[in-house]
Design a binder for this molecule. Structure first.
Ligand SMILES: Cc1ncc(COP(=O)(O)O)c(C=O)c1O
Length: 380
């Protein structure tokens, strides 16, 4: 099997991640923050260490403002429902994943005003249209960092700067870029960062988080036990307890922490260089094959490690089925939970086949994938 669906979830994980999870299951299985006994304290410590390491990775310095969630969707929902109320205005792009588009649709039904900056994945984000979209009640801007359909990067630094000029917060959906590109919250002007733990950060599924810059408060999505102020009915108002109710995913967070330390040790730049080289090879190889349609534009330097394509008019789901059946290639096909982006790109019917390598993918695997596509084209 050749796994080329790392944009959905990375696999395999580094050995260190597997070992960290095993270590918790075997030796550190207490419930963090629940009681003063040594097992709880041990768990609280490694969870705190993971918060510290995430701060280091994202260039921020208050570990209490890193909250753990089940995935990026959960983090985005916490930020959107936590910040926006009836009468508020939010600006987004027209190429968002359903993890943003659906909460915003639901918020719209509750009286939140939503504006979409139109655009095509792969084309430049229209900063002028974006600047004009602000209103006096604009509270938040939310965009993805890289399209999960084409990998195209948005100009997040400019988006953040313009949001601040209009006194709005900027929430960045880093689902495709956390652990893939260097991200420094201060430099990019990001106020809230939603990230999955199970993609570029190399942790297990069931992990993710939200980083909230100082001075921003929001309503919790969940209320409940935090191990603190148990005598009070009211939810604690200090972080992270204010936004972290119920038992945390200890083994998962240990794995996520190990993934982050792996990235810090290896260096994101080194990983990025390798992933770019693999994508360049894929892109150039696919371009040579007759009938292949490639999506997005611009060099791999301005994309996350995703190459999206179609084989003539062949349905993308059928194409990926043939690729797996004939050559064991695992690729994502269809709409990738991002119908808005496909509508803008004109691929709502056909979808696209998406190859997303990781730095563990070998050059031989890339060549095998290209040969497999060639054979499908020849057999059509
Ligand atoms: C751009 C984008 N946002 C959000 C998500 C949701 O991430 P998760 O599955 O961790 O909730 C994804 C998942 O692929 C994504 O690509």
């Amino acid at each position: 099997m050749i796994y080329l669906d790392n944009a959905a979830t990375t696999w395999p994980k580094p050995r260190q991640v597997v070992m960290a999870i095993e270590e918790v299951l075997v030796h550190k299985g207490g419930n963090a923050g629940r009681g003063g006994h040594s097992a709880a304290i041990l768990a609280t410590r490694f969870i705190h260490q993971a918060r510290e390491d995430l701060c280091l990775l994202f260039g921020t310095d208050d570990p209490t403002r890193v909250i753990f969630t089940q995935n990026a969707t959960h983090a985005l929902n916490q930020a959107l429902f936590g910040l926006l109320q009836k009468g508020d205005h939010v600006i987004t792009s027209s190429i968002e994943h359903n993890a943003v588009a659906r909460p915003l649709w639901a918020l719209k039904q509750r009286g939140v005003e939503v504006s979409e900056v139109p655009g095509i994945p792969g084309k430049e984000f229209d900063l002028e249209a974006y600047d004009k979209a602000f209103r006096t009640n604009t509270k938040l801007v939310v965009t993805l960092h890289a399209s999960n359909v084409t990998g195209t990067l948005l100009p997040v630094q400019a988006i953040g700067q313009i949001a601040h000029e209009h006194r709005a917060y900027y929430l960045l959906d880093a689902a495709q870029t956390a652990g893939v590109l260097p991200i420094n919250l201060g430099r990019l002007g990001v106020d809230l960062l939603a990230f999955p733990g199970h993609k570029g950060l190399l942790g297990p599924q069931g992990t993710g988080g939200l980083i909230i810059q100082a001075g921003i408060s929001m309503v919790p999505l969940l209320y409940g036990g935090t191990g603190s102020l148990s005598e009070e009915d009211r939810q604690p108002d200090f972080m992270p307890d204010a936004l972290e109710s119920g038992t945390l995913n200890g083994p998962g967070i240990a794995g996520l922490g190990a993934g982050v330390r792996y990235l810090l040790d290896e260096g994101i730049d080194k990983i990025r260089t390798r992933e770019q080289a693999l994508c360049r090879r894929l892109w150039n190889g696919l371009r040579e094959i007759p009938t292949i349609k490639l999506y997005g534009s611009g060099p791999v330097e301005r994309r996350s490690p995703i190459v999206s394509f179609n084989i003539g008019e062949l349905d993308s789901v059928e194409a990926s089925f043939i690729l797996e059946e004939k050559a064991g290639i695992i690729a994502r096909a269809g709409l990738h939970c991002a119908a808005h982006a496909h509508r803008m790109q004109g691929t709502l019917e056909q979808g696209t086949v998406r190859f997303s390598p990781s730095h563990f993918t070998s050059v031989e695997e890339i060549e095998a994938a290209l040969q497999a596509v060639k054979r499908v084209v020849e057999d059509l």
